[in-house]
Design a binder for this molecule. Structure first.
Ligand SMILES: [Fe+2]
Length: 473
């Protein structure tokens, strides 16, 4: 990893700033109207303490508004108990993904009875039923105002929490928001549920899991939910005593393989369970049905080493060599048999994104976008944008020296002529320039259309969402 990146990518706390009009190079498409919202860490240090992992930092929201070729920007921290308490006490006080507060043995014992679940929702943005939610892997979702980025508060569903660990990647279809949640206990369960337009949560199916898996996402087709239990598993007792940071309670046990559990999306009934070779993933991409088969595209790794590579100590080391995630197509034979896996491309990819609104669950969906690694600079953090054509396995890329792009978000052109007729929006850290810029690429050939320069270097974030202006097509 290059020296210049270390500080700007993860360590330098971001400022809450607002800019009416960013300086634009190139030409913003006139038709691009709406708002890009992004979530990710904005602060990794509290006093002398530092969070340990990319997935730990305090949530910061970023907003880019587009109108008539102009772009405005604002960044604001999510107002959470976890951050307020840390700022007040000058130390980390809530446990997060891979960082625990310093605790005496007595305090650790007390934590068994009085465990404080963090509300630091720094992973993704949910937009559902006119609400905007900052989401993470604890079952706490924080509502915010998309205009001001002010925090409204933890969204309270009417029912009790359905579990402690969920995914930051719900699926949306037919007016519902679907998700999977794990309930740890003496008899742990993986539960599925859906939320309706009145924000009422309805439980769907569930199945037992003696040693639950770490799951960051799941698959959905028109008729099925697909839960992949990677063999990165935890004994729920370990979480009860919580002697280590959350993720360090999980162990890689590849002999378990990676079972795929298929549930009926409408009734929740468990349809069947299928065996597959051991692999690990954060992200499911598209999934669809083809006759009596389910096709599930996943960014897969042979093991879970990627989790430990995201510790800041590793990310800021000179000999960084990130494991490559590969877009892999898994075929689930509903009539019986093992799950088959077939790589769709050689390229390294993470933070995968498709035209979800237009092509999720669509067998014709063809293009997957993401961040990746340039073959000539494999010792860096993700340093290019990649587009994979899943039919041909070919890729297009965008890269520049010392530039580290975030998740690309596809925005469709009005009256488009094809799946990739639109632009990709990505916040890129320009480490040499000590600032970030919002990059606008033609989604067809990944050629630059425009960039808007930010007043600061934005910490490398996770996921975002584009919300079209009401009057935009
Ligand atoms: Fe994610």
């Amino acid at each position: 990893m290059p020296e210049p990146m270390g500080e700007y990518a993860f360590l330098r706390r971001n400022d809450e700033v607002s800019v009416e009009r960013l300086s634009v190079q190139g030409r913003m498409p006139e038709w691009l109207q709406g708002t890009l919202l992004r979530n990710g860490p904005g602060q990794m240090t509290v006093g002398e303490q530092r969070f340990r992992h990319w997935f730990d930092g305090f949530a910061m929201l970023h907003k880019f508004s587009f109108a008539a070729g102009r772009v405005s920007y604002a960044g604001k921290f999510l107002d959470t108990k976890a951050r307020a308490s840390a700022e007040a006490e000058g130390r980390i006080t809530y446990t997060d993904f891979a960082t625990d507060p310093c605790r005496s043995l007595f305090a650790r014992a007390m934590a068994m009875f009085n465990h404080r679940v963090t509300d630091n929702a720094k992973v993704s943005i949910g937009h559902f039923a006119e609400r905007f939610l900052a989401m993470t892997e604890t079952a706490i979702q924080v509502e915010f105002d998309p205009e001001t980025l002010d925090t409204v508060g933890v969204f309270q569903y009417e029912d009790d929490p359905v579990g402690q660990m969920t995914t930051a990647h719900p699926h949306y279809a037919d007016g519902y928001m679907y998700n999977v949640v794990t309930r740890f206990g003496r008899a742990s369960e993986v539960r599925t549920y859906r939320v309706d337009q009145r924000m009422r949560r309805e439980r769907l199916g569930a199945f037992g899991a003696a040693t639950p898996s770490y799951m960051h996402s799941f698959g959905m087709t028109p008729n099925h939910l697909i839960v992949t239990e990677f063999p990165l598993v935890v004994n729920p007792l370990a979480l009860l005593f919580w002697l280590k940071p959350f993720i360090e309670n999980f162990a890689w046990e590849p002999r378990r393989g990676t079972p795929f559990t298929v549930l009926d999306r409408h009734t929740g009934a468990v349809a069947a369970r299928f065996e597959a070779e051991a692999f690990f993933a954060f992200h499911h991409v598209n999934a669809f049905e083809r006759g009596r088969e389910l096709i599930v595209d996943i960014v897969a790794y042979p093991d879970a080493d990627i989790v430990t590579h995201y510790y800041l100590e590793r990310l800021t080391a000179a000999d960084l060599r990130l494991p490559h995630g590969r877009l892999t197509r898994f075929t689930v034979p509903l009539s019986g048999g093992r799950v088959r896996a077939e790589p769709l491309a050689d390229a390294c990819i993470e933070l995968p994104h498709i035209d979800y609104a237009g092509h999720n669950m669509d067998p014709e969906q063809r293009y997957t976008y993401g961040i990746g690694l340039h073959s000539e600079r494999p010792h860096e953090f993700y340093n290019q944008l990649v587009k994979i054509d899943t039919r041909t396995g070919t890729t297009a890329t965008w890269h520049e020296p010392d530039c580290f792009p975030g998740e690309p978000i596809f925005v469709s052109a009005p009256d488009r002529r094809g799946e990739d007729d639109g632009v990709l929006l990505s916040v890129v850290l320009d480490a040499a320039g000590a600032r970030s810029f919002l990059l606008v690429l033609d989604a067809h050939d990944l050629q630059e259309r425009a960039r808007a320069v930010l007043p600061q270097a934005v910490m490398i974030g996770f996921h975002g969402a584009f919300v079209g202006a009401p009057d935009a097509s």
